[in-house]
Ligand binder design. Structure first.
Ligand SMILES: Nc1ncnc2c1ncn2[C@@H]1O[C@H](COP(=O)(O)OP(=O)(O)OP(=O)(O)O)[C@@H](O)[C@H]1O
Length: 300
């Protein structure tokens, strides 16, 4: 049965982002209340991981679009819950970074983002897996994962906290020796940052892989082996300018599977949330495995 895009379930993470006075029911009533034939419900999350359960239940209950209201962590949980159901994921970007929403051309203004849902345009996107765990935007090992772990413990959220934590940890973090198998090559190197990009950016228009196409069945792998200060400055500029691949500060490979081994456990993140440590990491991609609502400007 084709999912009914006139039945929408909004899964709302109240701790995402920094705006605590957000009135979702009021916004939905103004934007969707008078749309004939459209039915919606709002389900707030009560704990980390809850959005995945709520999304799975919503799909089983016949909702045709399940909308993640939050940042990339909420998107990750809702996306996990919908995998294999054929139900589309929408996004109302209310997080700190909103990497997937930005990649998909979803407006950051809430009213405009909601209005996309009146007649949603749905396309399937690729889904990455790191040791079997899904990600939709980016995953990675090394410094990024370390910062995501410290960020979760920081007590406040938002870009300012993220930058403060990253600057503090830059002086402490050391690269780890690794072996990387990619496209039939074995790279013996060190890992300061090893990013797997399904989408082009981490969020906040920080472009780790500006050429990434989220529907091409391929991941863009970005390796930064060491991070002396001169390179850190170039990387920071390259993330903002979108020219990291041509900067000489990072090496890129386009692939659909990667294996990474290290003697020391390496932390990893999934869509910006710290998700564990491992000495053996396999990354793979499932082409066009999740239908999502995209914005008018999305052309991939
Ligand atoms: N009710 C809740 N209480 C505590 N944590 C929650 C709750 N609901 C969801 N979470 C957790 O909140 C975390 C952060 O959410 P999310 O990533 O959406 O926001 P953000 O970090 O502000 O945005 P972004 O990832 O775009 O920077 C997620 O990892 C999720 O598991």
């Amino acid at each position: 049965m084709t999912p009914d895009c006139r039945r929408l379930c909004f899964i709302f993470n109240p701790i995402s982002g920094t705006n605590r006075r957000f009135d979702l029911p009021g916004l939905l009533s103004r934007q969707l209340g008078n749309t004939p034939g459209l039915y919606y419900e709002v389900q707030p999350t009560h704990y980390a991981g809850h959005a995945e359960e709520l999304a799975r239940t919503a799909a089983a209950n016949g909702f045709g679009v399940v909308v993640a209201v939050g940042g990339d962590g909420t998107v990750n949980e809702v996306g996990r819950g919908l995998l294999g159901t054929g139900v589309a994921m929408g996004v109302l970007p209310r997080g700190s970074g909103n990497g997937l929403a930005r990649h998909l051309g979803i407006p950051l203004g809430m009213a405009a983002a909601v209005s996309l849902l009146r007649q949603p345009r749905v396309l399937p996107i690729d889904v990455g897996r790191l040791n079997g765990k899904p990600f939709f935007c980016t995953a990675g090992l090394g410094f990024d994962a370390h910062v995501s772990r410290c960020f979760a413990a920081a007590g406040t959220r938002g870009l300012a906290t993220y930058v403060r934590v990253a600057l503090r940890e830059y002086g402490r973090y050391r690269a780890t020796p690794v072996q990387i198998e990619v496209n039939g090559q074995l790279l013996r190197t060190t890992c300061y940052v090893l990013a797997f990009a399904n989408a082009a950016q981490y969020g906040n228009n920080a472009y780790i892989a500006p050429l990434a196409n989220i529907r091409d069945g391929l991941l863009d792998m970005c390796l930064i082996d060491e991070m002396p200060l001169s390179r850190a400055l170039r990387v920071a500029y390259g993330l903002a300018a979108g020219d990291l691949p041509t900067s000489g500060a990072a090496a890129y490979h386009t692939t659909h599977t990667v294996r990474v081994r290290s003697e020391q456990p390496l932390g990893f993140h999934l869509d910006g949330d710290f998700a564990g440590e491992a000495t053996d990491v396999s990354v793979a991609l499932e082409p066009q495995a999740l239908p999502v609502v995209v914005g008018h400007s999305f052309t991939q």
